[in-house]
Design a protein around this ligand. Structure first.
Ligand code: SF4
Length: 283
């Protein structure tokens, strides 16, 4: 193939966010000091990171029942109050890597449901973070995934409502939901718990996707924030591709492409981004 020069722009807000960086560093440092170190679930939704941690001797478990003792890492997505109690009852030590921003959403969920507000969480029902925020509301919150869903729920004007969001949700959709509820409910408050790191990433992709011939978003297939970046890019630029790592990048996508924007989700490590950049440069 004839060598071409593709102008590559790597989005400034790409790769590990502060919360994931903190969780990864805590896990890595402790892997040097603890022999029986376990992680409940996956530290982040990224296979390369999980593989790296496995190589550091950290074993993934699905339930606290899987181990009798040892130290267990709670991931950046957070867990509900029940798991803190369960670990201490079992005599297991905890390394809590819950992101401080997720903790904020958990605290709001707990305090306002205790004050008698009906909590509405804008998020993905199946996501660990949303499950944890839901559990901090003592299982009373309602989880909705879109404005359409919110329109279908039966609201009671005599009740007090409070809206919060999964930290990686779409800011524009959150604002639409907030405006809708504010119009309908006399006693309504909201907390925008969407992380500014997510917001900055989305804004940057929105701004740059149209100025480049192609967009490559790197992230784990189960990574909610990476997938959302891809959805945003795809709406603006049809030549947008979602890959987990350099192996998945097909060079034929870049035929006749003169400029490419590379963006990455909050759980994508730097070393994976660099390999993708190198592969594009190999053109
Ligand atoms: S995206 Fe934001 S909330 Fe989520 S782990 Fe990263 S810093 Fe924390």
């Amino acid at each position: 193939m004839k060598k071409r020069n593709i102008k590559i722009a790597v989005a400034k807000h790409s790769g590990f966010c502060s919360g994931v960086r903190r969780a990864y560093d805590l896990a890595s440092v402790n892997s040097k000091e603890c022999d029986d170190l376990y992680i409940l679930g996956k530290l982040v939704h990224n296979r390369d990171v999980c593989h790296d941690l496995k190589n550091k001797g950290i074993k993934e478990i699905e339930s606290l029942e899987n181990i009798s003792e040892g130290t267990v890492i709670f991931t950046a997505h957070g867990v509900g109050p029940g798991l803190y109690n369960e670990a201490s009852e079992r005599g297991q030590k905890i390394i809590d890597t819950t992101c401080p921003k997720v903790m904020k959403a958990q605290r709001v969920s707990k305090s306002h449901s205790e004050k008698g507000r009906e909590m509405i969480i804008f998020g993905d029902k199946k996501h660990e973070e949303v499950i944890s925020i839901f559990e901090w509301s003592n299982g009373k919150a309602r989880v909705i995934g879109s404005l359409e869903e919110v329109k279908k729920i039966k609201l009671n004007k005599k009740k007090k409502y409070c809206l919060i969001a999964q930290t990686t949700q779409n800011v524009d959709e959150f604002k639409k939901i907030q405006r809708h509820l504010a119009k309908k409910m006399p006693d309504f408050i909201f907390f925008n718990t969407i992380c500014d790191s997510t917001d900055k990433r989305q804004k940057e992709i929105r701004k740059l996707a149209a100025c480049n011939d192609a967009v490559i978003i790197i992230g784990g297939k189960d990574s909610a924030n990476s997938r959302r970046l891809f959805e945003i890019a795809k709406k603006i630029n049809p030549k947008s591709y979602f890959i987990e790592n350099a192996q998945e990048l097909k060079l034929q996508w870049l035929v006749s492409v003169k400029s490419a924007l590379i963006g990455a989700g909050a759980s994508t490590p730097k070393w994976v981004i660099e390999k993708v950049v190198d592969k594009v440069k190999s053109l």
